[in-house]
Design a protein around this ligand. Sequence first.
Ligand code: F6P
Length: 518
Amino acid sequence: MHLRRLFAEDPERGKRLCAEAAGLYLDYSKNRITDETLRLLVQLARECGVEERRDAMFRGERINTTENRSVLHVALRMPKGSSLVVDGVDVVAQVHEVLDRMADFAGRIRSGEWRGHTGRSIRNIVNIGIGGSDLGPVMAYEALRHYTRRDLTFRFVSNVDATDFVEATRDLSPEETLFIVSSKTFGTLETLTNAHSARRWIVDALGGEDAVARHFVAVSTNAERVAEFGIDTTNMFGFWDWVGGRYSMDSAIGLSTMVAIGPENFAELLAGFHEMDEHFRTAPLAENLPVLMGLLAVWYVDFFGAQSIAVLPYDQYLKRFPAYLQQLTMESNGKHVTLDGRAVDYPTGPVYWGEPGTNGQHSFYQLIHQGTPLIPADLIGFANSLNPLGDHHDKLNANVFAQAQALAFGRTEQEVVAEGTSPELAAHRVMPGNRPSNVLLAEKLTPRLLGALVALYEHSVFTQGTIWGINSFDQWGVELGKVLAANITPELTATGEPELNHDSSTNALIRRYRALRH
Ligand code: F6P
């Protein structure tokens, strides 16, 4: 069934198949669905218990069964004064206690009151973290740059490759630099290695260990390890095991974001998250944006064999949004067994990828338009630019609508020939169309809107994971590589010829590396 036909048969389709919440308008009419498909997908959601599991999450039940944890990122954005009692503790009160401390700290940095060891104000903030302790802060900083203090410099160090740290700090003055060491566990190799190098950088430049207190703060759930590292726990901002790393940008992990945009804008960000949470919690499934987007993902992955979904923000500020979504979606739903440990016999988590439009158009869109894989796409546009300049913005957004149109309707052979293409070249110029897309349209990229957008994808991931019957909140698959790397590290540096007991490929690679290493 072609989208051309679906639109021809129902002139109202483009007005009907849309939904709106928290400042986001979703046009999902250009999907290969009928009213019957929608009805059945909603029924699928109901039969798979999306509503029950959602309500269990909001109640604080331990739905992350493999780690025996609640999943309560939604509590991070509940308004002050509301309450959610889990195991006898009001988690919302805890959240706001930390938010207040963060606001006080951010205010002291922003006002220049917080001084470094030599008495100079802090001008540079470097977040050290990886995965959820990095991607959210980087994405939010880039997305909300318009709202940031331009006299402060923000950098983000994540990779254990020393180049990351060296390039991020080479033009900074240690006297004016504050490191935020962000790690839920405070046991992550990359983050601890970078944090130790940062400490050496500060101590060497400022003359002693006593400089550490004014140049380091920590964000973690693990006070013991923070203290062991040498950061005073009065300079630590906590969060809780019920916040997954990839769901933590609105916890204390957002400290760099708060310093950059200020506590009021951070509160707006949280309000946007909360507005979408409330929509997800209360709207009927058939009008529920995250549920609809989750169902459409399941539809293409399981019924059409789609292996990836492209996310294409038409806003330069959202350039890191696809990278952020990659952890959110793929660490969550990259699973091969159900909650009770049985192997699934259907595809689960798709690859999410993308780049800002219009750059992607001149790069990989060809594959989406005329390639053989089916790649559903989310196009994200804003009606107003934060940097109005001539006619740039209307040209940008004309592309949002034109791409969705071209993907859906394509160009038939008759049209191509009628335009004067010779019959032998016609096949090359035919655009098959029938390529599904969602268009998300909002008034303007604000902190509030960003919160709503992230929450939309969080709950879409939840919907998908629930239908697939998998645990979207653990990530055991990333552990094995960490263990193996820890075994290999000493073999790379050992003096003499270490005995290697790996497979022949790994052994040969280690020997080659050792031979090439100076
Ligand atoms: O290796 C994966 C992971 O555990 C992510 O889930 C997490 O966001 C990241 O590492 C960083 O972990 P931490 O915040 O504990 O340093």
